[in-house]
Design a protein. Sequence first.
Length: 133
Amino acid sequence: DRAVWSALAEPDDRVRLAAIQAVSAHPSASAAPRLINLARQEPLDDALRAAALDALVRASRSTETRDLLLEIVEREIRRLRWASRDAAGRAVVTALAALASHWAADPRVTPVLRRAAASRNPGIRLAATEGRT
């Protein structure tokens, strides 16, 4: 596990992606804090953030995981305003899909999913209404 934890902190995105894939293949709740830290890093490649979020949801369904997903989605709501058809990033689509799949009944999540389901952006709508396919 130590090698994976170290790899998550590496500056090389290829090394971090390999570590994320290892966590995804063998989910461990002990990886959650490291994945949360990685997913919050700025700047971070959108595909890498999406992979980290996916691995995080596999490893932990904690309130901290839910809160991070909400944070990412709410930041995107402010950025895009979701009134446009502009493409949403992979990370926000991953976050919405996870929220829809695992926290849809949560009172903090329900209004976010409702708002996303009304978006003119088809990717956001699909992620919010169908979750993971």
